[in-house]
Write a new protein. Structure first.
Length: 456
């Protein structure tokens, strides 16, 4: 019976009861007023008339009451919205209390229930080392690598070294100290420096002065010597040869003859003399060490470099020189640059991803056994800091929740809110109409019985 009633439309039932009440009230009233009846029948009809009257009044009142619910919801939407959101967030969900409980992270993680939840979540996120490795590799390949490559290719160095360091607020003193320490350390690497000088000497032994552009033809050597001699003699205030004494003129003749005579032997010597022969006094470990230490000293104390005017920064000069290579890189063929960047990323990605993978997997294994990780002071400090931050934000989170829920109601609007109420409450409220009509009939009939008893 109950199942059958649930399938029936309560609106139709209530309407039928009210309709029956109207018709029954009219019919019974007409019968009582126009027909001669026995006392027993008359009393029964009086009771029925009161019942029909009660059903009519009860049904109509409930119709009005239900309609008033939705009308009031529409008319008082702002206050209803505010009160409803606060009741839901503060009293039902208790957002602030939930946040404050969750803020006790260390205690929470030690609770068996949350401990198991954490383990389940970790195992779902990282079920196996192979899957974690593949996930990291995919994320690197799809998200990070293309962006990093494009950033390197698109980056353009703007301005001078000084402007660059000023724009990015770079602490050049740190780099100055680092460069100095590197030079000093390299200067004291005796075995490596000895090997370097050995390689340089081998290289220099295969390069002649002719190979680096020193004149090696007799005419070119003669021209060079004559040019040097002319510049040297021009330093004399009395450079006019006609005004010089005979011995000066004789010396000039000897010099020109010597230049002519020595041009060919010098040219032949240039062809056979190697860089090693020419620079052998400088290509020693001691020279390299002293040069590197001297350069480190100049970087430490740029004011000691006499060739730097106006307290110029030696480190900035060195950086500016290397900017030549930066400019050359920027002007390189785009395809070649892309290939170089691709190869560099290929070289570093495997070692870098392996290290990152080891760190992630190590963390994963520690999370599986939170007791171990919670014993670490660093972890406790982090959890305490996070817990304190959560507690401080509890009120803000609660207010944000209220605001978000209010925004949802505002997006619905008054009509949308009433429609939602009707979808979720209309069936139950329609049954109230049925109940009101039925109870109205019963109570009305009882009133009729009491009235008859009082009359007799």
């Amino acid at each position: 019976m109950t199942s059958l009633l649930n399938k029936m439309n309560p609106v139709y039932i209530a309407s039928a009861i009210i309709g029956t009440g109207v018709v029954g009230f009219l019919v019974v009233s007409w019968v009582l007023g126009h027909l001669e009846l026995t006392t027993q029948t008359e009393n029964l009809l009086i009771v029925l008339r009161h019942g029909f009257e009660g059903a009519l009044v009860g049904g109509i009142c409930d119709f009005i009451a239900v309609k008033s619910v939705y009308t009031a919801a529409r008319d008082h939407f702002p206050s209803l919205r505010d009160n409803t959101t606060r009741i839901v967030v503060q009293d039902m969900i208790e957002v602030r209390k939930q946040v404050e409980q969750l803020a006790e992270l260390e205690t929470l993680l030690q609770t068996p229930e949350y401990h198991q939840r954490l383990i389940t979540a970790v195992e779902q996120f990282a079920p196996s080392e192979t899957i974690v490795r593949q996930t990291i590799h995919d994320f690197w390949s799809d998200q990070i690598r293309p962006q990093l490559k494009q950033w390197i290719l698109d980056y353009r160095f703007q301005g001078t070294a000084k402007q660059f360091t000023t724009r990015h607020q770079i602490n050049t003193d740190i780099f100055r100290q680092g460069a100095s320490e590197l030079l000093k350390d390299v200067a004291n690497q005796q075995e490596d420096n000895a090997l370097l000088m050995e390689r340089l000497q081998q290289l220099a032994s295969d390069i002649t002065l002719h190979d680096i552009g020193v004149p090696s033809e007799p005419e070119a050597v003669r021209h060079l010597l004559e040019t040097l001699y002319t510049h040297w003699t021009s330093l004399d205030p009395k450079a006019d040869m006609s005004e010089k004494p005979w011995w000066a003129k004789a010396g000039h003749g000897v010099a020109m003859t010597s230049i002519l005579g020595f041009s060919k032997p010098i040219a032949d010597k240039v062809k056979t003399t190697t860089l090693q022969d020419a620079l052998s006094p400088l290509m020693t470990e001691e020279t390299l060490k002293s040069t590197l230490l001297a350069l480190a000293d100049k970087i430490d104390n740029p004011q000691s470099a006499e060739t730097l005017a106006n307290n110029h920064d030696l480190l900035a000069d060195v950086i500016s020189y290397w900017l030549v290579f930066v400019r050359a890189w920027e002007n390189m063929d785009p395809k070649l640059r892309a290939d170089i960047v691709e190869e560099l990323l290929r070289i570093i990605e495997e070692p870098a991803l392996d290290v990152f993978m080891q760190k992630v997997w190590s963390l994963r294994m520690q999370l599986i056994n939170p007791t171990t990780i919670l014993e670490q002071q660093g972890t406790r400090n982090i959890l305490n800091t996070l817990g304190t931050a959560l507690k401080e934000q509890a009120e803000s989170i609660e207010q944000t929740s209220i605001t978000l829920l209010q925004t949802q109601f505002d997006n619905m609007g008054q009509d949308g809110f009433v429609d939602m109420l009707q979808r979720n409450t209309k069936a139950r409220l329609d049954w109230i109409k049925v109940n009101g009509s039925a109870w109205g009939f019963a109570i009305g009939a009882m009133v009729g019985v009491v009235g008859l008893l009082l009359m007799h």
